[in-house]
Design a protein around this ligand. Structure first.
Ligand SMILES: C[S@@+](CC[C@H](N)C(=O)[O-])C[C@H]1O[C@@H](n2cnc3c(N)ncnc32)[C@H](O)[C@@H]1O
Length: 229
């Protein structure tokens, strides 16, 4: 059974590669490797399940300064890896929506933000915060849904009737608070507030002062590269 499941997973990977090109995480790393050399990079939402891996990747590809930001404290794995690399990543424990973050952290040539924007109640204002950190390039990764009948659609999840919400659920390795479950106010940003279409994300980026230069679409995610304008 284990072997069959392994074969099925490999087949799914091959099918996804044929359809979408390189997987999402690999795409993010390739973009960072191309954007990082000689530039300053900030990774917003750098910690959960990845322990700063994208920030370290930017540092390993020649970024001149790398900052990681997260609401969570640094994990033991992050600290271990950072100590081993002579503290190449500066960590700031903060809320991206804190208006003082740009004053504390500075401005960066490259802002990388993956897996955060659907966790915030007011995404346009969070994108404006990312804009205030960004002097050139934003790499924005997000869960997305397929385009609907009308362009620029987004679904706001909190307090949706459970039978409706359940129709939007899909399987992932980790549970999704606010999508697999009801909205949990005490969980704050752990909730999934939004399901955006890619066209909606792009429109919000334009409102926040970014021009999209490339986009990579997946079945349930998008990775967008945009320039500050
Ligand atoms: C789904 S994880 C994404 C982790 C990683 N960037 C990735 O793409 O795999 C979201 C991360 O963003 C952090 N986060 C969520 N809301 C945040 C906020 N308002 N300010 C700073 N970090 C936040 C969470 O603590 C978590 O580490």
């Amino acid at each position: 059974v284990g072997r069959l499941a392994g074969c099925a997973a490999s087949l799914r990977n091959v099918a996804a590669r044929l359809r979408y090109g390189v997987p999402y995480g690999e795409r993010c790393r390739a973009i960072l490797a191309a954007e990082a050399p000689g530039r300053t990079v900030i990774d917003v939402g750098c910690m959960w399940q990845v322990d700063g891996a994208y920030a370290f990747h930017a540092a390993e590809h020649g970024a001149t300064r790398v900052v990681g930001v997260d609401l969570m404290p640094a994990t033991a794995e992050f600290v271990r890896r950072n100590d081993a690399s002579e503290r190449t990543v500066e960590f700031i424990q903060a809320d991206v929506n804190d208006p003082d973050l740009a004053t504390r952290a500075g401005r960066f040539d490259v802002v990388f933000c993956s897996g955060v924007i659907y966790h915030v109640p007011d995404p346009v204002s969070t994108l404006a915060r990312l804009r205030s950190l960004c002097s050139d390039t934003l790499v924005l990764g997000s869960a997305t849904i397929r385009e609907r009948g009308r362009p620029q659609t987004a679904i706001f999840l909190p307090f949706m009737a459970p039978e409706r919400r359940r129709r939007l659920v899909y399987r992932t390795t980790h549970g999704k608070v606010g999508l697999d479950t009801a909205f949990a106010a005490h969980e704050s940003y752990a909730n999934w507030y939004w399901l955006f279409t890619a066209s909606c994300l792009e429109a919000m980026l334009a409102v926040a002062g970014f021009r999209v230069v490339s986009r990579y679409g997946y079945r349930r995610a998008s990775c967008i590269v945009a320039r500050a304008c």
